[in-house]
Design a protein around this ligand. Structure first.
Ligand code: SAH
Ligand code: SF4
Ligand code: F3S
Length: 444
């Protein structure tokens, strides 16, 4: 049997696409973690900022060496850079065999067949506006696992002015609730999955374009009826589409985890407008208040961009003020990076690199103290943890997450608790995670 190695960059959606490639190839390829022994190497790429895009170019060079030793090795690029660059990748790296875009990778079998028949490279990177994600279920008994992703929608129609995603993932289209439920039931019943994370660029607008589909809140309610499914997470929520109905569902449905990733991006209304985010900081704060009024324990995390073109010192200070006001549990912050096709890349008024760096450091510093105090509040408390595996740093410990998405590493008398829901007493708070000791098993 042939072996397939995939190196994955980028977001959870890319991770999910990588899993799907293994499913799509079924019995014809087995997974290997060692590219040296692979017959097919794929690089699943991200283009959201310049840095990950550049990683691809160094990575291709690495595998070229392998290919020069073993000419029968097939080398391909998939994901967002493959979508963005298409033919240009082949011009730059003529030894590539496969270029599969964000919709094209579903045709991987056909692509491999074409290479075998014709011996020439294959590029599948057309984007269809009406494309919806096909149902891809594992066809053989997969290994048991605790968590899984389900991509419930594809593409994005929001066109934030800095963002390449609408250009590389195409138009927003939701999958049917029937397909999503079938996939969830399969994962839960056949693969032992206990926690599902629903993925979409803006899950809050799930179903809006399709007559007869339920909305996102009702999708959560439908999925929560799957008995052996214990937890449901989702990402990402666009603040402009966060409805009161969804907030109530998060608060009231015990299976929906008490965590929301709600990207703010910037704290000044001027920048938000120029980013085309379609909300003001006041509206964002209203959503935060609504969330906390209905669900006081909810954890709110966010994404922030510093150094958007024309961002003044005053604008940036408003981002820091918003961080103080909201007190996010965790912040993922990025220096603005020019992306092809985007409106912001044509704005001019570029912010110098050293100022971006300075602003990023300020964000990190402020957030460090906020995260620290949120984590410290857990000291001495007992929390429910879904056990995901052995702790990476200490194999004698177990690791899992609280409903609020905080990682907990803990000691336990037995290590065979993976997949169980356990009670843990928190004894130590780190920078981004907690430590504790096992108290009792709640569900297994
Ligand atoms: N759909 C999601 C996010 C997708 S991209 C959402 O709307 O939140 C993930 C994050 O990357 C974004 O939230 C943003 O903070 C960051 N990002 C996107 N484009 C960027 C760019 N050009 N430069 C820097 N950061 C960027
Ligand atoms: Fe990009 Fe905005 Fe769409 Fe998110 S909502 S993927 S940031 S365009
Ligand atoms: Fe990157 Fe594409 Fe995801 S650009 S963040 S891999 S949608």
């Amino acid at each position: 049997m042939k072996r397939l190695y995939i190196k994955t960059f980028g977001c959870q959606m890319n991770e999910n696409d990588t899993e799907k490639v293994f499913i799509l190839l079924g019995d014809s390829y087995v997974k290997t973690d060692n590219p040296e022994e692979a017959d097919l190497v794929l690089i699943n790429t991200c283009s959201v900022r310049e840095k990950p895009e550049h990683k691809l170019y160094s990575e291709i060079g690495r595998y070229r060496l392998l290919k020069s030793k073993r000419p029968d090795l097939l080398l391909g690029v998939m994901g967002c850079v493959a979508q963005q660059e298409g033919e240009r990748l082949l011009q730059r790296f003529p030894y590539l065999d496969l270029i599969l875009g964000t919709q094209g990778f579903y045709r991987i079998k056909e692509a491999l067949q074409t290479i075998e028949n014709k011996g020439s490279p294959v590029i599948f990177n057309q984007l269809r506006d009406d494309f919806t994600i096909p149902l891809t279920l594992p066809n053989k008994e997969p290994p048991r696992r605790v968590k899984a992703f389900i991509t419930i929608m594809q593409g994005c129609d929001n066109f934030c002015t800095y963002c390449v995603v609408p250009y590389v993932r195409g138009r927003e289209n939701s999958r049917s609730p029937e397909d999503i439920i079938e996939e969830a039931e399969h994962l839960v019943k056949k693969c032992g999955v206990r926690e599902i994370t629903l993925l979409g660029q803006n899950v809050n607008s799930y179903g809006k374009k399709h007559k007869g589909y339920v909305d996102f809140a009702d999708l959560l309610n439908l999925l929560s009826q799957i008995e052996e499914l214990w937890r449901i997470r989702f990402t990402t929520s666009h603040p402009k589409d966060l409805s009161e109905k969804l907030v109530r569902t998060i608060a009231e449905n015990p299976k929906v985890c008490k965590h929301i990733h709600l990207p703010l991006q910037a704290g000044s209304n001027r920048t938000l407008k120029r980013m085309n985010r379609k909300y003001t900081k006041e509206e964002y704060l209203e959503k935060v208040n609504l969330l906390r009024a209905h669900c006081p324990e909810i954890a709110i995390t966010t994404d922030l961009i510093v150094g958007f073109p024309g961002e003044s010192e005053e604008d940036f200070n408003e981002t820091l003020e918003m961080m103080e006001k909201v007190r996010f549990q965790e912040v993922f912050s990025f220096k603005y990076s020019h992306r092809p096709f985007t409106v912001a890349s044509k704005l001019g008024e570029e912010i110098p690199e050293d100022i971006k760096e300075e602003r990023l450091t300020k964000v990190h510093k402020l957030q460090e103290s906020i995260t620290e105090s949120i984590l410290k509040a857990y000291l001495g408390k007992e929390v429910e943890v879904l056990v995901e595996g052995r702790s990476e740093k200490d194999l004698g410990k177990l690791t899992g997450r609280i409903t609020t998405n905080i990682v907990v590493n803990f000691t336990a008398p037995r290590l065979d608790l993976i997949g169980s829901l356990v009670k843990v007493k928190i004894e130590e708070a780190g920078k981004h995670s907690l430590k504790g000791k096992y108290v009792e098993t709640l569900k297994c």
